[in-house]
Design a protein around this ligand. Structure first.
Ligand SMILES: C[S@@+](CC[C@H](N)C(=O)[O-])C[C@H]1O[C@@H](n2cnc3c(N)ncnc32)[C@H](O)[C@@H]1O
Length: 380
Protein backbone atom coordinates (compact mmCIF):
# COMPACT_ATOMS: atom_id res chain seq x y z
CA UNK A 1 0.00 0.00 0.00
CA UNK A 2 1.77 3.07 -1.15
CA UNK A 3 -0.53 5.74 0.23
CA UNK A 4 -1.26 6.52 3.83
CA UNK A 5 -4.94 5.73 3.58
CA UNK A 6 -4.92 3.31 6.45
CA UNK A 7 -5.69 4.72 9.89
CA UNK A 8 -4.66 1.62 11.83
CA UNK A 9 -1.52 3.11 13.25
CA UNK A 10 -3.23 6.19 14.63
CA UNK A 11 -6.27 4.60 16.19
CA UNK A 12 -5.50 1.04 16.96
CA UNK A 13 -2.03 0.39 18.19
CA UNK A 14 -1.33 3.23 20.62
CA UNK A 15 -1.81 3.40 24.34
CA UNK A 16 -3.24 6.93 24.52
CA UNK A 17 -3.42 8.01 28.12
CA UNK A 18 -4.03 11.78 27.88
CA UNK A 19 -7.83 11.54 28.19
CA UNK A 20 -8.05 8.53 30.46
CA UNK A 21 -8.26 10.44 33.74
CA UNK A 22 -10.70 13.06 32.47
CA UNK A 23 -14.40 12.78 33.46
CA UNK A 24 -16.54 11.98 30.43
CA UNK A 25 -18.51 15.26 30.47
CA UNK A 26 -15.26 17.23 30.48
CA UNK A 27 -13.99 15.27 27.48
CA UNK A 28 -17.08 16.35 25.54
CA UNK A 29 -16.48 19.98 26.53
CA UNK A 30 -12.84 19.81 25.41
CA UNK A 31 -13.91 18.37 22.06
CA UNK A 32 -16.58 21.06 21.58
CA UNK A 33 -14.03 23.76 22.40
CA UNK A 34 -11.74 22.35 19.77
CA UNK A 35 -14.47 22.42 17.10
CA UNK A 36 -15.35 25.98 18.11
CA UNK A 37 -11.74 27.13 17.88
CA UNK A 38 -11.38 25.50 14.48
CA UNK A 39 -14.53 26.71 12.73
CA UNK A 40 -15.26 29.75 14.89
CA UNK A 41 -19.04 29.67 14.40
CA UNK A 42 -22.22 28.13 15.80
CA UNK A 43 -22.38 24.35 15.77
CA UNK A 44 -24.75 21.65 17.02
CA UNK A 45 -23.93 20.09 20.42
CA UNK A 46 -21.59 17.10 20.24
CA UNK A 47 -23.38 13.74 20.08
CA UNK A 48 -22.17 11.75 23.11
CA UNK A 49 -20.94 8.20 22.67
CA UNK A 50 -23.83 5.82 23.56
CA UNK A 51 -21.18 3.47 25.03
CA UNK A 52 -18.21 5.59 26.15
CA UNK A 53 -16.23 2.53 27.35
CA UNK A 54 -15.94 -0.87 25.71
CA UNK A 55 -17.05 0.56 22.37
CA UNK A 56 -14.21 -0.77 20.22
CA UNK A 57 -15.37 -3.63 18.01
CA UNK A 58 -11.97 -3.76 16.37
CA UNK A 59 -8.79 -3.97 18.39
CA UNK A 60 -5.12 -4.58 17.71
CA UNK A 61 -2.43 -5.76 20.08
CA UNK A 62 1.20 -6.02 19.03
CA UNK A 63 3.71 -8.66 20.06
CA UNK A 64 6.80 -8.24 22.21
CA UNK A 65 9.10 -10.62 24.11
CA UNK A 66 9.65 -10.53 27.85
CA UNK A 67 12.20 -12.31 29.98
CA UNK A 68 10.69 -15.09 32.13
CA UNK A 69 13.25 -17.12 34.11
CA UNK A 70 15.92 -16.28 31.56
CA UNK A 71 13.71 -17.36 28.67
CA UNK A 72 12.07 -15.09 26.12
CA UNK A 73 8.28 -15.34 26.18
CA UNK A 74 5.76 -13.62 23.93
CA UNK A 75 3.32 -11.02 25.29
CA UNK A 76 0.71 -8.83 23.62
CA UNK A 77 0.27 -5.12 24.29
CA UNK A 78 0.03 -1.62 22.86
CA UNK A 79 2.73 0.75 21.63
CA UNK A 80 3.65 3.44 24.14
CA UNK A 81 2.83 6.72 22.41
CA UNK A 82 5.84 8.37 20.74
CA UNK A 83 8.02 5.24 21.00
CA UNK A 84 8.53 1.92 19.24
CA UNK A 85 8.18 0.10 22.58
CA UNK A 86 5.27 -2.20 23.34
CA UNK A 87 3.89 -2.28 26.87
CA UNK A 88 2.79 -5.89 27.59
CA UNK A 89 -0.83 -5.65 28.73
CA UNK A 90 -3.97 -7.64 28.06
CA UNK A 91 -7.34 -6.01 28.41
CA UNK A 92 -8.25 -2.44 27.64
CA UNK A 93 -11.30 -0.58 28.93
CA UNK A 94 -12.10 0.68 25.42
CA UNK A 95 -12.25 -2.83 23.95
CA UNK A 96 -15.39 -4.88 23.74
CA UNK A 97 -15.10 -7.37 26.67
CA UNK A 98 -15.31 -10.49 24.53
CA UNK A 99 -12.52 -9.26 22.28
CA UNK A 100 -10.27 -9.03 25.33
CA UNK A 101 -11.18 -12.57 26.43
CA UNK A 102 -10.15 -13.82 22.99
CA UNK A 103 -6.86 -11.86 23.20
CA UNK A 104 -6.16 -13.60 26.54
CA UNK A 105 -6.63 -17.02 24.96
CA UNK A 106 -4.56 -16.05 21.92
CA UNK A 107 -1.65 -14.99 24.13
CA UNK A 108 -1.84 -18.23 26.15
CA UNK A 109 -1.84 -20.32 22.97
CA UNK A 110 1.10 -18.41 21.49
CA UNK A 111 3.04 -19.01 24.72
CA UNK A 112 2.00 -22.70 24.81
CA UNK A 113 3.24 -23.28 21.26
CA UNK A 114 6.45 -21.33 21.99
CA UNK A 115 5.87 -18.55 19.49
CA UNK A 116 7.96 -15.41 19.88
CA UNK A 117 7.37 -11.86 18.78
CA UNK A 118 9.23 -10.95 15.62
CA UNK A 119 12.34 -9.04 16.60
CA UNK A 120 14.23 -7.47 13.71
CA UNK A 121 17.65 -7.67 15.33
CA UNK A 122 17.40 -11.24 16.55
CA UNK A 123 15.65 -12.82 13.57
CA UNK A 124 13.60 -14.97 15.89
CA UNK A 125 9.87 -15.20 16.20
CA UNK A 126 7.25 -14.43 13.58
CA UNK A 127 4.34 -12.79 15.40
CA UNK A 128 3.94 -9.04 14.80
CA UNK A 129 0.33 -8.12 15.62
CA UNK A 130 -3.00 -9.73 16.42
CA UNK A 131 -6.18 -8.00 15.30
CA UNK A 132 -9.74 -8.91 16.31
CA UNK A 133 -13.00 -7.61 14.85
CA UNK A 134 -16.47 -8.32 16.15
CA UNK A 135 -19.78 -8.00 14.34
CA UNK A 136 -22.27 -5.93 16.32
CA UNK A 137 -25.28 -7.75 14.85
CA UNK A 138 -24.18 -11.39 14.98
CA UNK A 139 -21.43 -11.29 17.65
CA UNK A 140 -19.18 -13.23 15.23
CA UNK A 141 -15.46 -12.64 15.66
CA UNK A 142 -12.55 -12.54 13.22
CA UNK A 143 -8.99 -13.12 14.47
CA UNK A 144 -6.01 -12.10 12.34
CA UNK A 145 -2.41 -13.04 13.07
CA UNK A 146 0.09 -10.78 11.36
CA UNK A 147 3.30 -12.76 10.85
CA UNK A 148 6.76 -12.05 9.45
CA UNK A 149 6.94 -15.38 7.57
CA UNK A 150 4.58 -17.56 5.53
CA UNK A 151 5.28 -20.51 7.77
CA UNK A 152 3.13 -20.38 10.93
CA UNK A 153 4.11 -23.45 12.98
CA UNK A 154 1.29 -25.21 14.87
CA UNK A 155 -1.35 -22.92 13.43
CA UNK A 156 -3.86 -25.79 13.08
CA UNK A 157 -3.59 -26.64 16.78
CA UNK A 158 -3.79 -22.97 17.73
CA UNK A 159 -6.92 -22.44 15.61
CA UNK A 160 -8.61 -25.62 16.86
CA UNK A 161 -8.01 -24.74 20.50
CA UNK A 162 -9.09 -21.14 19.93
CA UNK A 163 -12.42 -22.02 18.31
CA UNK A 164 -13.12 -24.72 20.89
CA UNK A 165 -12.82 -22.11 23.65
CA UNK A 166 -14.51 -19.28 21.70
CA UNK A 167 -17.16 -20.67 19.33
CA UNK A 168 -18.02 -17.11 18.27
CA UNK A 169 -14.66 -16.96 16.46
CA UNK A 170 -15.94 -17.69 12.97
CA UNK A 171 -12.84 -16.99 10.92
CA UNK A 172 -9.07 -16.91 11.48
CA UNK A 173 -6.64 -15.31 9.03
CA UNK A 174 -2.87 -15.11 8.72
CA UNK A 175 -1.65 -11.82 7.30
CA UNK A 176 1.83 -12.22 5.87
CA UNK A 177 3.71 -9.12 6.88
CA UNK A 178 7.26 -9.38 5.55
CA UNK A 179 8.01 -5.68 5.16
CA UNK A 180 9.03 -3.19 7.77
CA UNK A 181 5.77 -1.26 7.84
CA UNK A 182 3.82 0.80 10.31
CA UNK A 183 0.63 -0.78 8.99
CA UNK A 184 -0.86 -3.58 11.00
CA UNK A 185 -1.92 -5.58 7.95
CA UNK A 186 -0.39 -5.85 4.50
CA UNK A 187 -2.03 -7.26 1.38
CA UNK A 188 -0.98 -10.92 1.38
CA UNK A 189 -3.09 -13.22 3.53
CA UNK A 190 -4.16 -16.81 3.96
CA UNK A 191 -7.41 -17.99 5.49
CA UNK A 192 -6.69 -20.49 8.25
CA UNK A 193 -10.32 -21.11 9.23
CA UNK A 194 -13.80 -20.06 8.10
CA UNK A 195 -14.75 -17.79 5.23
CA UNK A 196 -12.24 -14.97 5.71
CA UNK A 197 -14.90 -12.38 6.55
CA UNK A 198 -17.68 -11.60 9.02
CA UNK A 199 -21.08 -10.03 8.37
CA UNK A 200 -22.55 -7.02 10.15
CA UNK A 201 -25.85 -5.22 9.43
CA UNK A 202 -26.90 -1.59 9.32
CA UNK A 203 -30.67 -1.32 9.17
CA UNK A 204 -31.81 -3.97 6.71
CA UNK A 205 -28.55 -4.05 4.74
CA UNK A 206 -25.91 -6.72 5.42
CA UNK A 207 -22.23 -5.93 5.05
CA UNK A 208 -19.41 -8.38 4.49
CA UNK A 209 -16.23 -7.16 6.21
CA UNK A 210 -12.86 -8.63 5.24
CA UNK A 211 -9.68 -8.39 7.28
CA UNK A 212 -8.08 -5.65 5.21
CA UNK A 213 -11.21 -3.57 4.59
CA UNK A 214 -12.20 -0.38 6.41
CA UNK A 215 -15.12 -0.54 8.85
CA UNK A 216 -15.97 1.91 11.63
CA UNK A 217 -14.70 0.65 14.99
CA UNK A 218 -17.62 1.99 17.07
CA UNK A 219 -20.83 0.48 15.65
CA UNK A 220 -23.24 2.15 18.11
CA UNK A 221 -22.03 5.63 17.25
CA UNK A 222 -21.70 4.67 13.56
CA UNK A 223 -25.50 4.20 13.43
CA UNK A 224 -26.02 7.73 14.82
CA UNK A 225 -23.40 9.17 12.45
CA UNK A 226 -24.97 7.65 9.34
CA UNK A 227 -28.49 8.78 10.40
CA UNK A 228 -27.23 12.36 10.51
CA UNK A 229 -25.34 12.03 7.22
CA UNK A 230 -28.64 11.19 5.51
CA UNK A 231 -30.60 13.84 7.41
CA UNK A 232 -28.06 16.49 6.27
CA UNK A 233 -27.86 15.14 2.71
CA UNK A 234 -31.67 15.19 2.24
CA UNK A 235 -31.29 13.02 -0.87
CA UNK A 236 -34.19 13.05 -3.33
CA UNK A 237 -35.36 10.24 -5.62
CA UNK A 238 -33.99 12.02 -8.70
CA UNK A 239 -30.53 12.66 -7.22
CA UNK A 240 -27.18 11.35 -8.38
CA UNK A 241 -24.93 10.91 -5.34
CA UNK A 242 -21.20 10.33 -5.00
CA UNK A 243 -19.89 8.62 -1.88
CA UNK A 244 -16.17 9.40 -2.01
CA UNK A 245 -13.85 7.30 0.18
CA UNK A 246 -16.57 4.68 0.41
CA UNK A 247 -14.83 1.77 2.20
CA UNK A 248 -16.97 -1.38 1.97
CA UNK A 249 -19.87 0.72 0.65
CA UNK A 250 -21.84 1.34 3.85
CA UNK A 251 -22.90 4.92 3.03
CA UNK A 252 -23.22 4.12 -0.71
CA UNK A 253 -25.62 1.23 -0.21
CA UNK A 254 -27.62 3.00 2.51
CA UNK A 255 -27.91 6.03 0.17
CA UNK A 256 -29.16 3.84 -2.68
CA UNK A 257 -32.58 3.69 -0.96
CA UNK A 258 -33.08 7.43 -1.36
CA UNK A 259 -31.24 8.22 -4.61
CA UNK A 260 -31.60 7.59 -8.33
CA UNK A 261 -27.96 6.48 -8.58
CA UNK A 262 -25.02 6.32 -6.16
CA UNK A 263 -21.33 5.92 -6.94
CA UNK A 264 -18.91 4.62 -4.30
CA UNK A 265 -15.27 5.59 -4.90
CA UNK A 266 -12.56 3.73 -3.00
CA UNK A 267 -8.81 3.09 -3.37
CA UNK A 268 -8.36 0.00 -1.20
CA UNK A 269 -8.92 -3.15 -3.33
CA UNK A 270 -10.10 -5.24 -0.34
CA UNK A 271 -12.74 -2.65 0.64
CA UNK A 272 -13.77 -2.21 -3.00
CA UNK A 273 -14.24 -5.98 -3.42
CA UNK A 274 -16.35 -6.15 -0.26
CA UNK A 275 -18.44 -3.23 -1.56
CA UNK A 276 -19.17 -5.07 -4.82
CA UNK A 277 -20.05 -8.26 -2.92
CA UNK A 278 -22.26 -6.22 -0.57
CA UNK A 279 -24.14 -4.69 -3.48
CA UNK A 280 -24.73 -8.15 -4.94
CA UNK A 281 -25.63 -9.75 -1.59
CA UNK A 282 -28.29 -7.08 -0.96
CA UNK A 283 -29.54 -7.09 -4.57
CA UNK A 284 -29.04 -3.35 -4.99
CA UNK A 285 -29.08 -2.22 -8.61
CA UNK A 286 -28.65 1.58 -8.50
CA UNK A 287 -25.16 1.62 -6.91
CA UNK A 288 -21.82 1.42 -8.71
CA UNK A 289 -18.38 1.06 -7.19
CA UNK A 290 -15.23 2.44 -8.82
CA UNK A 291 -11.76 1.39 -7.67
CA UNK A 292 -9.00 3.99 -7.64
CA UNK A 293 -7.77 7.23 -6.16
CA UNK A 294 -10.78 9.61 -5.85
CA UNK A 295 -8.52 12.31 -7.24
CA UNK A 296 -8.48 10.56 -10.64
CA UNK A 297 -11.89 8.88 -10.54
CA UNK A 298 -13.68 12.14 -9.96
CA UNK A 299 -11.78 13.86 -12.77
CA UNK A 300 -13.25 11.40 -15.28
CA UNK A 301 -16.79 11.93 -14.02
CA UNK A 302 -19.23 13.15 -16.64
CA UNK A 303 -22.64 12.72 -14.91
CA UNK A 304 -24.28 15.66 -13.17
CA UNK A 305 -23.73 15.21 -9.42
CA UNK A 306 -26.38 16.46 -6.97
CA UNK A 307 -24.84 15.42 -3.67
CA UNK A 308 -21.31 14.57 -2.62
CA UNK A 309 -20.77 12.63 0.58
CA UNK A 310 -17.09 12.42 1.47
CA UNK A 311 -15.39 10.66 4.36
CA UNK A 312 -11.62 10.67 3.81
CA UNK A 313 -8.90 9.24 6.04
CA UNK A 314 -7.09 11.51 8.52
CA UNK A 315 -5.07 13.37 5.88
CA UNK A 316 -8.26 14.72 4.30
CA UNK A 317 -8.78 15.39 0.59
CA UNK A 318 -6.16 16.43 -1.95
CA UNK A 319 -6.27 19.88 -3.52
CA UNK A 320 -6.77 18.24 -6.91
CA UNK A 321 -9.87 16.43 -5.60
CA UNK A 322 -11.29 19.69 -4.22
CA UNK A 323 -10.61 21.46 -7.54
CA UNK A 324 -12.58 18.76 -9.37
CA UNK A 325 -15.42 19.09 -6.84
CA UNK A 326 -15.52 22.80 -7.68
CA UNK A 327 -15.95 21.93 -11.35
CA UNK A 328 -18.74 19.40 -10.66
CA UNK A 329 -20.47 21.79 -8.22
CA UNK A 330 -22.77 19.38 -6.33
CA UNK A 331 -25.66 21.21 -4.62
CA UNK A 332 -24.71 19.70 -1.27
CA UNK A 333 -21.52 18.34 0.22
CA UNK A 334 -21.72 16.29 3.41
CA UNK A 335 -18.15 16.09 4.66
CA UNK A 336 -17.55 13.45 7.35
CA UNK A 337 -14.15 13.52 8.99
CA UNK A 338 -12.15 11.82 11.72
CA UNK A 339 -9.70 14.74 11.62
CA UNK A 340 -11.44 18.15 11.77
CA UNK A 341 -8.08 19.92 11.20
CA UNK A 342 -7.85 18.66 7.62
CA UNK A 343 -11.62 19.01 7.20
CA UNK A 344 -11.40 22.70 8.04
CA UNK A 345 -8.38 23.08 5.71
CA UNK A 346 -10.39 21.53 2.87
CA UNK A 347 -13.46 23.64 3.68
CA UNK A 348 -11.33 26.79 3.20
CA UNK A 349 -10.78 25.73 -0.42
CA UNK A 350 -14.54 25.46 -0.94
CA UNK A 351 -15.89 28.41 1.02
CA UNK A 352 -16.01 30.91 -1.86
CA UNK A 353 -18.62 28.71 -3.51
CA UNK A 354 -20.27 26.95 -0.57
CA UNK A 355 -22.04 28.09 2.60
CA UNK A 356 -21.19 26.11 5.71
CA UNK A 357 -24.71 25.54 7.08
CA UNK A 358 -24.25 22.81 9.72
CA UNK A 359 -21.50 21.44 11.92
CA UNK A 360 -22.12 18.40 14.10
CA UNK A 361 -19.33 16.76 16.11
CA UNK A 362 -19.59 13.17 17.33
CA UNK A 363 -17.78 11.52 20.17
CA UNK A 364 -16.81 8.38 18.31
CA UNK A 365 -13.50 7.76 20.11
CA UNK A 366 -14.12 8.48 23.82
CA UNK A 367 -11.12 8.60 26.17
CA UNK A 368 -8.93 9.60 23.22
CA UNK A 369 -8.40 13.11 21.80
CA UNK A 370 -9.96 12.16 18.44
CA UNK A 371 -13.17 13.83 17.22
CA UNK A 372 -15.45 12.81 14.38
CA UNK A 373 -17.21 15.73 12.70
CA UNK A 374 -19.82 16.25 9.98
CA UNK A 375 -20.20 19.51 8.10
CA UNK A 376 -22.88 20.38 5.58
CA UNK A 377 -21.89 22.67 2.71
CA UNK A 378 -24.53 24.13 0.38
CA UNK A 379 -23.82 25.65 -3.01
CA UNK A 380 -24.20 29.46 -2.95
C1 LIG B 1 -12.57 6.97 7.06
S1 LIG B 1 -12.75 5.69 5.87
C2 LIG B 1 -14.44 5.90 5.41
C3 LIG B 1 -15.11 4.69 4.85
C4 LIG B 1 -16.63 4.72 4.81
N1 LIG B 1 -17.17 6.00 4.45
C5 LIG B 1 -17.22 4.23 6.12
O1 LIG B 1 -17.87 4.99 6.83
O2 LIG B 1 -17.05 3.03 6.43
C6 LIG B 1 -11.82 6.35 4.56
C7 LIG B 1 -11.74 5.44 3.35
O3 LIG B 1 -11.10 6.19 2.30
C8 LIG B 1 -10.27 5.32 1.57
N2 LIG B 1 -9.29 6.19 0.87
C9 LIG B 1 -8.25 6.87 1.40
N3 LIG B 1 -7.62 7.63 0.46
C10 LIG B 1 -8.30 7.44 -0.68
C11 LIG B 1 -8.15 7.97 -2.00
N4 LIG B 1 -7.17 8.81 -2.30
N5 LIG B 1 -9.06 7.59 -2.93
C12 LIG B 1 -10.06 6.73 -2.63
N6 LIG B 1 -10.25 6.20 -1.39
C13 LIG B 1 -9.38 6.54 -0.43
C14 LIG B 1 -9.71 4.38 2.62
O4 LIG B 1 -9.23 3.19 2.03
C15 LIG B 1 -10.93 4.18 3.52
O5 LIG B 1 -11.69 3.08 3.09
Amino acid sequence: MSKDYNDDIAFDTLDTTAFEQMPYKEQLQVKEKYIKSLFNREFLPIVPNPVPRGYRHKAVLSATNVNVNNNQQIRLGLFIEGTTKIKPKLGHFLHDKEIDLVFETVEKLLIKYKHKAYAKNYRQGIIKHVMIRKSFKTGDLMVIFSTQLNNFPNHKKIVNELIALHPNVKTVIQNIHKKDSKFVLLEEQRILYGKGFIIDSIGDIDFKISANAFYQINPMQMFNLYDKVFEFAGIEKTDVVIDAYSGIGTITLLASKYAKKVYGLEINPASHKDAIDNKRMNQITNAEFILGDVEHTLENFTDKVDTLIMDPARDGASLKFIQTVLKLKPKKIVYVSCNPDTQERDYKQLRNFYNLTKILPFDMFSYTPHVENIVLLELK
